[in-house]
Design a binder for this molecule. Structure first.
Ligand SMILES: Nc1ncnc2c1ncn2[C@@H]1O[C@H](COP(=O)(O)OP(=O)(O)OP(=O)(O)O)[C@@H](O)[C@H]1O
Ligand SMILES: [Mg+2]
Length: 343
């Protein structure tokens, strides 16, 4: 299901030279302006055919995806899948061997686009001699956006660090540093926020806070690219998911698309070989004591259930319970990664 290189989206590219307008009348110019204004806003992230090798190791191998404005996209995959490498290429921190990136409709290298992006890196360390408030002020200055001091304090409060604003960062716990990193990513009024494992050091309350922050960003139209191993978290906040495996897109789609596959749980007694074969024919079969789970194929839904039950009864099985269930994102992810392994 790996997406091939996408066509470069159209629309205005503010980085390009202005057209020569000398020959156009005002009415023509006005209607041209109106046309531009009516275009849908460019995607928050658009990347196509990203590739990166480190020595002989291919870390990223032709990755393409889009994050829409106000959309929360989860980037999932096992250790070493290439998630952080992709993020760093999007943000211009690692030079791709091939591929193209547009951020907020501008080339990835454009400083104007970068100034509108908030980023929480996977590994980072702030100047230990600065206070939390000073770290924020420094990043506000670097972004070139005017953010009043009160708004900066609000950001610290949002991540639960209001009381520690005047304390030096060198004395912060791991989780407090990560909270500060989140405040830094949010402080300069970004239109796109990229979070590389924002909750790896956080306590359960902190994780819930991050979830709320991400949802409120989405509500205010800010796009979020989120990379996390806490899949339950991703499932709760993400509109769409891209699953990377060995540097490639192994699957992508909305949660409804990815989790569409239904599962059937059956409590059965007296299952002989023929009945077990019939169950396995319906979908991938797992068993725990008298409980059987059948992962129904995507296109099947529950249409074949009555026939399955009738056939089981025909095989002499006593059917105690038949419960439809939806697989979790975690189960789906494991299924996709294991299929990849087998291939
Ligand atoms: N600077 C580098 N030099 C050499 N190899 C690198 C470098 N950065 C990444 N790699 C390699 O690229 C591959 C992908 O790494 P990456 O950090 O992108 O994975 P990830 O999906 O973010 O993993 P994790 O979940 O562990 O954070 C790995 O094999 C890694 O060893
Ligand atoms: Mg990583």
């Amino acid at each position: 299901m790996a997406a091939g290189p996408a066509a470069r989206p159209g629309g205005p590219s503010p980085g390009t030279a202005r057209p020569d307008t000398a020959g156009l009348d005002t009415a023509g110019l006005d209607s041209a302006r109106q046309l531009l204004a009516d275009l849908p806003p460019s995607a928050a992230v658009w990347c196509s055919g990203l590739r990166k090798r480190y020595g002989r190791r291919t870390a990223v191998d032709g990755v393409s995806f889009t994050v829409g404005r106000g959309e929360v996209l989860g980037l999932l995959g096992p250790n070493g899948a290439g998630k952080t490498s992709v993020i760093k290429m999007l943000l211009g921190l690692v030079r791709p061997d091939a591929g193209e990136v547009l951020l907020l409709g501008r080339p990835g290298q454009d400083p104007q686009a970068r100034a509108r992006v908030g980023y929480l890196p996977e590994l980072f360390r702030y100047q230990p001699w600065l206070t939390a408030a000073e770290v924020l002020a420094l990043h506000v200055r670097l972004s070139g956006t005017a953010v009043p001091a009160a708004e900066q304090r609000d950001r610290l409060a949002l991540v639960g660090l209001a009381e520690r604003a005047g304390d030096r960062v060198g004395g912060f716990s791991k989780g407090m540093q990560q909270r500060l990193g989140l405040a830094v990513a949010l402080v300069a009024r970004p239109e796109l926020v990229v979070l590389d494992e924002p909750t790896s050091a956080l306590d359960p309350l902190g994780r819930a806070d991050v979830r709320d922050v991400v949802l409120s960003l989405r509500d205010s139209g800010v796009a979020v690219l989120l990379n996390s191993h806490l899949i339950g978290e991703v499932e709760r906040v993400c509109d769409r998911v891209v699953i990377l495996d060995k540097g490639r897109v192994a699957a992508s789609g909305t949660l409804a698309e990815l989790l569409g596959a239904r599962e059937l749980r059956l409590h059965l007694e007296g299952v002989g070989a023929a009945a077990e074969q019939r169950l396995a024919a319906a979908g991938r079969l797992t068993r725990s004591g008298d409980w059987f789970s059948v992962a129904l194929p995507d296109d099947d839904e529950a249409a074949g259930v009555p026939d399955l039950v009738a056939d089981l009864v025909g095989h002499g099985v006593r059917v105690h319970a038949v419960e439809p269930a939806r697989i979790s994102l975690e189960e789906r992810l494991l299924g996709i990664l294991r299929d990849g392994e087998r291939r």
